[in-house]
Design a protein around this ligand. Structure first.
Ligand SMILES: [Zn+2]
Length: 126
């Protein structure tokens, strides 16, 4: 990837992570929206056709690492499951909940870029 292409990806959401919306820090990642599925053992990938500029999203390191080789919907589902895991395995979380420090909501997992699309839609309607 050229420096220019990397800059285009960075500018896509004004220097913010496409998923969580945080300000991108040095060492930010270029995510493949539709995964390329890397074969770590020989450096090849299973879907080289997904190696296009349109398929790149700017991502903070932690979102990119969590998303891994998943589609957007698999990534969304994984995030949803975190609450179940916390309830099953984290004593600290269960205590924080019991004492009212943490409250669960039933909100949908929305990615930052999806909220932007919504704002644009609202502008067109309004
Ligand atoms: Zn992020």
């Amino acid at each position: 990837m050229t420096k220019k292409e990397r800059q285009i990806v960075f500018d896509k959401y004004n220097g913010k992570c496409a998923y969580c919306g945080c300000e991108l820090q040095k060492g930010w990642h270029v995510d493949h929206i539709e995964p390329i599925v890397r074969n770590w053992w020989n450096g090849t990938c299973e879907k080289p056709e997904n190696e296009t500029l349109e398929n790149y999203n700017p991502s903070c390191a932690s979102c990119n690492i969590q998303k891994n080789s998943h589609s957007l919907e698999q990534f969304r589902e994984n995030i949803k499951q975190f609450v179940n895991s916390l309830n099953l395995y984290s004593t600290q979380y269960k205590f924080a909940k019991k004492y009212g420090l943490v409250k669960e909501t039933e909100i949908e997992v929305k990615f930052y870029f999806e909220t932007l699309t919504q704002q644009l839609d609202t502008k067109f309607v309004g």
